[in-house]
Design a protein around this ligand. Structure first.
Ligand SMILES: Cc1ncc(COP(=O)(O)O)c(C=O)c1O
Length: 425
């Protein structure tokens, strides 16, 4: 370990030293020792078009020569304005007000504050949120509060605000009773809301795929029924699309794929194609209007030094252009994953094979408890590295989420690697 760096999610005492990356191009990372590693997880799910994409690099360079950063209160700039317009055009009708921040956790914090204050601004105190078991929304205190209680938040549990957690109706290929599972969840939610819907500011969900909680997937039909419920009881629906946004579910956004328009959506990760930290929280005019007032207390008093950083906005605009060019790739990746997963059906080492868009996942059968500390993760990581693959299972959940520039040959190589790793564990 470097003597001056404290690495994230890392127990320095027991972890192997990190690998030093010298450069990266397309799907390949090149290490200082000249080894080449294929980035099968888009570097924590941020990279969309491949590393060091010249179009995004060029856009950042051009922007840096013009305006690198400026205070975003009392001042504005073209890249932020254009980006807000382009995002609103791509999202379902109704999501129209864009609030900038700089990472997924802060996008969620802003969404929670917006939802909470939306009610306060209408003289209502709604102290609680509903979230889902298995959810992960980030590491700041608000985001941790609406995240499933886990190893990551355990130490801070007394500091987290009160949230009611609903089961999440996860599904997978060959799941025969998903309708019943969904019915149970929806009935429980309905009962909770019937008891006292006026306690709740909103409900937050990672639509279609729960990321860090283990790539757990749910159906479009569930989201549609959830929306009906939320409308019936008049609480706010927040979609955390920090991971699922920008093509990951096979469509531009999970909300478009499910044809469900939330009241608030959080976007980050892929927004800049994986080049720079940036995020947005986008809400409806109905929410914005409750903040629009002569009364200063109704203002959303939130912001960050690098809010709407022009370099990030320029990268995001270039990435959006690449998304349009590559739409067919993210639209069609699910079919490729499904083809490769066929080989694993009936394999006793894995279960719950599942695919949503560009994301494929499976649970490795293990005698140890499922969860982040399951040792199979380390074993797979090491074996993958020997094969030149960057895989980072979430406990015993092995998943692939490659950049969209992956070729068919490279994807085949990834799966060949996975088949042989599974045979050896
Ligand atoms: C769905 C979701 N929300 C929020 C976050 C937090 O994002 P960040 O790590 O940029 O703070 C993550 C990160 O993995 C995520 O997957």
């Amino acid at each position: 370990m470097h003597p001056n760096i404290w690495y994230p999610f890392t127990q320095a005492k027991t972890s192997p030293p990190p690998l030093k990356v010298k450069s990266a191009r397309g799907i390949w990372l090149e290490l200082e020792d000249k080894r080449k590693i294929m980035d099968c997880i888009s570097s924590w799910w941020v990279n969309l078009h491949g590393h060091s994409h010249p179009k995004i690099a060029e856009a950042i360079y051009r922007q840096a020569q013009e305006l690198e950063q400026v205070i975003f209160a009392g001042f504005t700039h073209q890249p932020a304005e254009t980006l807000s317009e382009q995002l609103v055009k791509k999202l379902p009708n109704g999501l129209s007000r864009v609030f900038f921040s700089d990472n997924g956790s802060t996008a969620v914090e802003v969404a929670l504050k917006m939802a909470y204050q939306y009610w306060v601004n209408q003289n209502q105190q709604r102290q609680k949120f509903i979230a889902f078991q298995g959810a992960y929304h980030g590491d700041t205190f608000g985001a941790m509060s609406v995240g499933s209680r886990s190893l990551f938040s355990q130490v801070f549990s007394d500091m987290l605000f009160k949230v009611d957690f609903s089961p999440f109706p996860e599904t997978y290929i060959g799941d025969s009773n998903i309708e019943e599972k969904e019915e149970v969840v929806l009935t429980l939610l309905k009962e909770t809301l019937e008891r006292n819907c006026q306690e709740y500011a909103g409900i937050i969900i990672e639509p279609l795929v729960q990321g860090a909680g283990g790539m757990r997937m749910c159906r479009v039909e569930f989201l549609q029924k959830l929306q009906q419920l939320v409308k019936q009881f008049d609480i706010l629906l927040i979609f955390d699309e920090v991971m699922t946004g920008f093509g990951r579910t096979g469509e531009w956004f999970a909300c478009l794929k499910s044809q469900v328009t939330p009241d608030i959506i959080c976007l980050s990760k892929g927004i800049t194609g994986g080049f720079l930290p940036l995020s947005v929280t986008i809400c409806t005019e109905k929410i914005y209007d409750t903040f629009y007032s002569d009364d200063p207390i109704k203002t959303l008093y939130h912001g960050h030094s690098y809010t709407a950083n022009p370099l990030g906005c320029a990268a995001a605009l270039a990435s959006l252009e690449l998304m349009v060019e590559n739409q067919v790739v993210f639209n069609s990746m699910a079919a490729k994953h499904l083809k490769y997963l066929e080989v694993l059906h009936g394999n006793s080492k894995v279960e719950k094979l599942r695919v949503t868009g560009t994301i494929a996942a499976m649970d490795i059968v293990s005698t140890q408890e499922s969860g982040y500390l399951n040792q199979v993760s380390l074993e797979v990581r090491e074996k993958a590295l020997e094969k030149g693959l960057l895989l980072r299972p979430l406990g015993n959940v092995l998943y692939i989420m490659p950049p969209y520039c992956i070729t068919d040959e490279e994807l085949s190589e990834v799966y060949q690697g996975i088949y042989s790793i599974l045979q050896s564990i």
